[in-house]
Design a protein around this ligand. Structure first.
Ligand SMILES: Cc1ncc(COP(=O)(O)O)c(C=O)c1O
Length: 417
């Protein structure tokens, strides 16, 4: 199937195309003339690859304000999250340091599912319910830790709603507690500044394909001073100090390094433009009336999540066929049931079902945003023409009265990205 180039792609939070400059760095590692060696080999080919991997670690370290020696290469943020959570909690528990972990209901499944696994292994997990805009306060996090807490995991930017957590504030609130602090920064890299040292972060997950790098590579940054230790998930040849063994892939690592280098001034150079586009899309769609922004009104520059009242989610998805957005709470073949993120915010299921996530990126133009807004406006107007709920809303019934809140938070969904 070919990609419909005439339709705008507004799903950069799911994945990004690879930047040509990144492709060039990757190509330099392939073929007989390239830096193709095994970075563990002790001959010139191996040493060249080893040097390339060290340079890429420097590029990651520069992006996040941390020691490059702390970089552990993984297959992506899912693996980085698993290694951080399972590795850190199991290591601490095996040494009798405690058996309690704190996180938030709105985390990505790559965090929530390892937490569920820890629960099956007999550990205790506290999941905080965020405020209505998706934020947790540093005070709420601090209040949840006990003397048994070994790990706290809070994502920087939420992938569904774009809410930005106060990572510096949470790090400061945990400064006097021995628990390790893990942050999933897959969505914030390149859009917001990241400063692991200044913020007191011990472990940080990244993914190359969210920042115009290749799929199949990511990193977990692990603090070296004071040293954070992990029980490995994989066992093998001892690469990466045994923390994540397996032959390193120079072409993927070079691509991730270059992507991080290009992302470094993204918060200054790209984010303001994205924020402007996000605002204009938001304002156009809010003018439809009966529409709500899910999450922070002005969260991450690249993610906008809105629910469209008085339209049926399935019908909306059908109307928007072909548009590059993440639609509804059961949008993909792998997703089941309502979004756990929207549910944790207290969004009623029917409104969650008629939600759309727009995510903007390096090549999004004003024309893309306009064309997407035109399509959504047309679809919503057409569907509302037949909607009894819309007639009730127009004659004064509020959205709150039309949609009842959910009684219970749901388990994680598998929404893509
Ligand atoms: C916040 C967040 N964490 C983790 C992941 C998983 O990343 P990856 O696709 O690199 O495994 C994603 C994207 O899917 C994400 O948005």
């Amino acid at each position: 199937m070919t990609t419909p180039a005439e339709l705008p792609y507004l799903d950069y939070a799911a994945t990004t195309p690879v930047d040509h400059r990144v492709m060039a760095a990757m190509t330099d590692c392939l073929g007989r003339e390239g830096v193709f060696g095994n970075p563990s080999s002790r001959h010139p080919w191996g040493r060249a690859a080893e040097a390339l991997v060290a340079d890429a670690a420097g590029q990651v370290g520069a992006l996040i304000g941390g020691d490059p020696a702390g970089v552990v290469w993984t297959s992506g943020a899912t693996e980085a999250d698993n290694l951080a959570i399972l590795g850190c909690a199991r290591f601490a528990r095996e040494r009798g340091r405690g058996d309690h972990v704190v996180s938030v209901r709105t985390e990505h499944a790559a965090v929530l599912e390892p937490l569920e696994q820890l629960r099956r292994e007999g550990m205790h997990v506290t999941l905080l319910t965020p405020e209505a805009d998706g934020r947790v306060t540093p005070e709420a996090v601090r209040a949840a830790v006990t003397e048994d807490t070994v790990l706290v995991s809070v994502m920087h930017v939420n992938n569904e709603i774009g809410t930005v957590q106060d990572i510096a504030g949470i790090g400061a609130a945990l400064a006097d507690h021995p628990a390790r602090f893990h942050v999933d920064a897959a969505q914030s890299a390149g859009r917001l500044p990241i400063r692991v040292d200044a913020w007191g972060v011990d472990l940080l997950s990244l993914s190359a394909h969210k920042i115009y790098g290749p799929k199949g590579v990511g990193a977990l940054w692990v603090r070296r001073r004071p040293r954070v230790r992990l029980a490995p998930l994989l066992h093998g040849g001892g690469q990466q100090g045994g923390r994540r063994p397996g032959t390193l892939a120079p072409h993927l690592i070079a691509g991730m390094g270059r992507a991080c280098e290009l992302a470094q001034d993204g918060p200054e150079t790209e984010a303001p433009g994205l924020r402007t586009l996000r605002r204009s899309l938001r304002d156009r769609l809010l003018a439809l009336d009966g529409v709500v922004v899910n999450g922070q009104d002005d969260g991450s520059p690249h993610i906008l999540n809105m629910s469209f009242g008085c339209v049926h989610g399935d019908a909306l998805q059908a109307e928007l066929e072909g548009l590059g957005v993440s639609a509804g709470s059961a949008c993909s073949s792998s997703a089941r049931g309502p979004s756990h993120v929207l549910r944790a915010l207290g969004v009623p299921d029917a409104l969650a079902h008629s939600s759309l996530r727009f995510s903007l990126g390096r090549w999004t133009t004003e024309a893309d945003v306009d064309r997407a807004a035109d399509r959504v406006e047309d679809a919503v107007r057409r569907l509302r023409a037949f909607s009894p709920a819309w007639r009730r809303y127009r004659s004064g019934t509020s959205l709150e009265a039309l949609y009842r809140r959910n009684p219970e938070p749901a388990q994680p969904s598998n929404r893509e990205g």
